[in-house]
Write a protein that binds this ligand. Structure first.
Ligand code: NAG
Ligand code: NAG
Length: 916
């Protein structure tokens, strides 16, 4: 069956040797609702609010909205809708608009939110002359104009930050009964040889959003476009529809594997955002009036005095209008507001932030052992070996190929002896083979997604004929979770983690390589609901299918250890909320410079949209990276959250030691750089779980008034301390780097040389093949672990080097998080979260939470203080009742002071006093 998979790849490649086969995927014109909605350009909105029906109760305003026939004299009411506007905590509002009495219930996205959002106070200030004014407890106002319906959200200064329905594109197509002899197009649709039966007819929703004063909008991953989104008027909208796009292309607004429908705006005045809570196929148009592509006469007409404005429009095939409006006002505020709704990522197991070695496929136990041993033989740290689909018994998940992997438990034990782990793939398609327990259980119990006629849906994927588990049924998700128990998946242990791939879901012979939209998913039975009201169609839920898959996996991996150990899961399909369960990689890229470059904006966009744990296949999945590209990719990957090398089965082997010795040494150095900063990464992810800010950040997040930073997406910040500019172009001897901040105020230290640069904007930074520009901000402290080990687990007790980069005032601040790296014991206060502060006279290490502690054996072996200029004469460590004089040496023209072996113990607080 392995050849079957290969055959399919070969077949697919015939049509796409030099990249994506666009014919497999719809353009807006080929997508019925996108074409229909985009063509509508109403002069005036038909929607109006009936002011007599307004009720404000708790944090919610409810009212009736109607559509009226604006063309006719009589203004007949066409349809009735129910509006809900809720005030939520942290400067957030929610606008829901559903039919008042739909023919069948319309789908409401289920898993994106991290529980019910916290309410805020809401008061109706006035209701006169067709305008309602409301205010939340922070003082943000909402002005609702009743006819035509329009919502304006005001910031605390009283300026309009977000407008809904300014361009009259609000639309909820009512569900209705098919009339006789009605035009077929509303009731079915064809794409290539695929027929979509559309049993409910048209049910699209749309809303336009304006961001006054905005210079740019960002977000709505996953696309291979720039981080700052472009005007779409003269081309395709951005598409959000999770798809397995073979050899996806660069600079494209085509949909790929993930869809996170959150849109951020930013300008020097403020940031704001809208989260479009909808899991159906979605297209997003963007018009940026300042980007030069919009005719200037139109700009003046439309933007009404505002020189800057960005408009956007969401169009979804089904669902309701459910939009969260977030009022910032800073970039960090909007990122936090969104991550509060959908939840931050929990602290990942520490090994998962280290280096991963994958390939389709490590073919047998001897191969795995060889890879494992070679890391040691070449002194390259590595934490994880991965197994792709070939480890299974002919693509039957939760089984092993008994010939190639006869001793999985022993193989895992050999890895864990060095502190390493195994990740194996488990895809959601199930092989339809008599005798396969999973297929038989699913068939007997009705666990599969059904086709439009209610029979088990059958598609084609890696195993050949396959069916797909319907995770929307809680019984199925529970059954699936149980499969991950050690006794149900022999050979696994707490050190085996999971990769859920192909979960868009990918269906090789389906429309657009996915499941037909008229397939049926489980819906909890309700009295009196039968026929079309008794199930959801795949069309309603498509973008969240993968989220249901990984949620069940996550449950299973917690069950298997009685909720003791944290799971690591990698997913390809991504939706709002994915970060609560899994890390994400950018799918099947290629060994080309352009794909290395695009890994930065792609992960920046995902990180801003809640998914900080992001990375790209290092080296590229398709094709073979020559030495220079491979080197630059390792150097870049070492500074992205998910750091995994992976490759296609038909490509040449490319483990680091297979390159020439000089290149292998460079790859080793890149890995060692990652391991040296492993505690910085771990601390960043801990802080993300608390403050909900992205780990990888655009420059404008911390420099929101510096317009130059608004479009920079080839460099980024890691936390607020490191600035990274990977080298993503071949043959260069220098790169341009932008150092943000005020020249009189901000310093950036080259981490390789400790050379300080004033933040003077663009800098030409010379590079060699061994250097990528990374800077530490003056005023920050970064922890490092510099002893080379085989894996991160073996570094747990290693001593720290603290890098103190001073600002102009000779001060610096940092933090450090320590726990056992793998359990949930941190929830019982078994951790250390310490602030580290340097002032000219004293350096301190103090715990933020006095109740928490962790018995780490780590200590401080070195403190490096850069930018010292006037060095102290003496330094004395105070810890407990110990007082120890310390030795210091000066380097680099007296600019760098090194305190050798301070010996401070990290399990307890300490301070160092300096005298001059
Ligand atoms: C585990 O390691 C031992 C010692 O190197 C080796 O003999 C054995 O074959 C390994 N087992 C597997 C399954 O790789
Ligand atoms: C230095 O201290 C002054 C006075 O407290 C403050 O205004 C300034 O922002 C500080 N500079 C830096 C670089 O932190």
């Amino acid at each position: 069956m392995k050849t079957l998979g290969l055959l399919l790849v070969a077949l697919l490649s015939i049509s796409g040797i030099s990249g994506v086969d666009r014919n497999n995927f719809k353009t807006c014109d080929q997508s019925g609702f996108c074409k229909r909605l985009r063509a509508l350009k109403p002069e005036k909105s038909q929607y109006s609010l009936n002011v007599d029906t307004v009720i404000v109760h708790g944090n919610v305003l409810s009212a009736e909205v109607v559509t009226v026939d604006t063309e006719s004299e009589k203004k007949t009411v066409l349809w009735h809708y129910a509006l809900k506007l809720s005030a939520l905590a942290d400067g957030t509002f929610r606008v829901e608009l559903d039919e008042a009495d739909p023919l069948y219930p319309r789908y409401r996205t289920q898993l994106a939110l991290d529980g019910e959002p916290k309410p805020d106070g809401l008061k109706l200030v006035s209701n006169e002359q067709g305008k309602l004014t409301l205010i939340n407890s922070q003082g943000h106002k909402v002005i609702i104009t009743s006819e035509p319906l329009k919502f304006e959200f005001l910031d605390l200064a009283g300026d309009v930050a977000v407008v809904l329905n300014e361009n009259s594109q609000l639309l909820v197509e009512p569900l209705r009964v098919r009339r006789e002899k009605e035009d077929e197009t509303a009731w079915s649709e064809n794409f290539k040889s695929h027929h979509d039966s559309k049993p409910r007819g048209n049910e699209a929703v749309s809303l336009d959003i304006s961001f006054p004063d905005a210079d740019h909008v960002y977000g709505i991953p996953e696309h291979t476009d720039k981080f700052s989104l472009r005007t779409t008027s003269s081309g395709e909208p951005y598409r959000l529809y999770n798809l397995d796009v073979f050899e996806y292309e660069l600079d494209s607004r085509m949909a790929i594997y993930g869809a996170v429908p959150v849109l951020y705006s930013h300008g020097a005045k403020r940031s704001a955002a809208v989260f479009w809570h909808n899991s159906a196929e979605t297209w997003v148009d963007v018009v940026n009036y300042a980007d030069g592509t919009v005719v200037s006469s139109l700009v003046n007409l439309v933007t009404g005095g505002h020189k800057r404005r960005v408009d956007a429009r969401f169009m979804s095939e089904s669902g309701i209008i459910d939009a969260f409006v977030m009022l910032g006002p800073s970039p960090s505020d909007v990122f936090r507001q969104y991550a509060t709704l959908t939840g931050p990522a929990p602290i990942p197991p520490k090994f998962s932030l280290a280096y991963h070695q994958s390939r389709w496929n490590y073919v047998d136990e001897a191969d795995v052992r060889g890879v494992d041993d070679n890391f040691d033989a070449h002194d390259i740290p590595a934490d994880v070996v991965w197994l792709d689909i070939e480890y299974t018994d002919r693509k039957k998940y939760f089984t092993w190929d008994a010939e190639k992997f006869p001793h999985p438990a022993e193989m895992v034990a050999n890895l864990t002896a060095k502190g390493r782990k195994l990740v194996v793939i488990i895809d959601p398609h199930i092989k339809r083979e008599a005798g396969y327990f999973l297929h038989e259980d699913a068939t007997d119990n009705g666990y599969y997604v059904k086709d439009k006629d209610g029979k088990d849906y059958e598609g084609w994927c890696w195993p050949g004929s396959s069916s797909y588990l319907d995770f929307f049924n809680p019984v199925v998700s529970k059954y699936y979770a149980e499969r991950y128990r050690f006794e149900n998946f022999p050979g696994t242990s707490k050190d085996v983690h999971i990769w859920n791939d192909m979960n868009e879901p990918s269906v090789f012979n389906g429309p657009e390589i996915t499941m037909p939209k008229d397939c049926r998913h489980y819906k909890p039975p309700q009295d009196g609901q039968d026929g079309l009201a008794s199930f959801w169609e795949h069309r309603h839920v498509h973008n969240e299918y993968g989220l249901w898959n990984i949620r069940a996996t996550h449950d299973g991996m917690r069950l298997r250890s009685d909720h003791k150990y944290r799971p690591f899961i990698l997913t390809r399909s991504t939706f709002a909320g994915t970060q609560r369960y899994a890390a994400v990689w950018t799918g099947d890229n290629a060994a080309e410079w352009g794909f290395l470059a695009v890994s930065v904006p792609m992960c920046l966009s995902l990180a801003a949209s809640g998914v900080s744990f992001c990375g790209s296949d290092v080296g590229g999945f398709f094709k073979y990276p020559e030495a220079e590209l491979m080197t630059r990719w390792y150097q870049a990957g070492a500074f992205q959250a998910f750091f995994r090398a992976h490759s296609h089965i038909e490509t040449k082997r490319r483990e680091p030691w297979l390159y020439d010795p000089a290149t292998a040494a460079l790859l080793r150095d890149a890995n060692r750089r990652r391991y040296a900063l492993i505690d910085y990464w771990y601390t960043l992810f801990y802080e993300h779980s608390i403050d909900k800010l992205p780990v990888m950040r655009p420059l404008f997040q911390h420099y929101p008034k510096e317009e130059e930073t608004f479009t920079i997406d080839d460099q980024y910040l890691l936390g607020d301390k490191l600035l990274v500019r990977p080298v993503v172009e071949p043959g260069v001897s220098s790169v341009k780097v932008y150092l943000p901040g005020a020249a009189s105020h901000t310093l950036w230290y080259d981490v390789d040389t400790y050379q300080a640069h004033a933040a003077a904007g663009w800098l030409n930074q010379p590079v060699t093949i061994s250097k990528i520009p990374v800077y530490q901000r003056g005023g920050s402290i970064v922890p490092r672990k510099e002893r080379v080990r085989r894996s991160s687990a073996l570094m747990a007790d290693d001593p720290y080097t603290l890098i103190v980069a001073l600002d102009h005032n000779k001060t610096a601040h940092g933090s450090l998080y320590i726990d056992d790296g793998e359990t949930y014991e941190y929830r019982n206060n078994k951790y250390i979260y310490a602030k580290i502060a340097f002032e000219p006279n004293v350096m301190t290490y103090t715990f933020v939470n006095d109740q928490a502690s962790y018995p780490t054996r780590s200590w401080v072996e070195r403190i490096v203080i850069a930018g010292i200029k006037t060095p102290p004469k003496t330094a004395k460590l105070n810890q407990g009742d110990k007082q120890v004089p310390l030795q210091m040496t000066l380097h680099k023209g007296n600019d760098v002071l090194v305190i050798r072996k301070p010996g401070a113990i990290m399990a307890l607080s300490w301070s160092i006093a300096f005298s001059y």
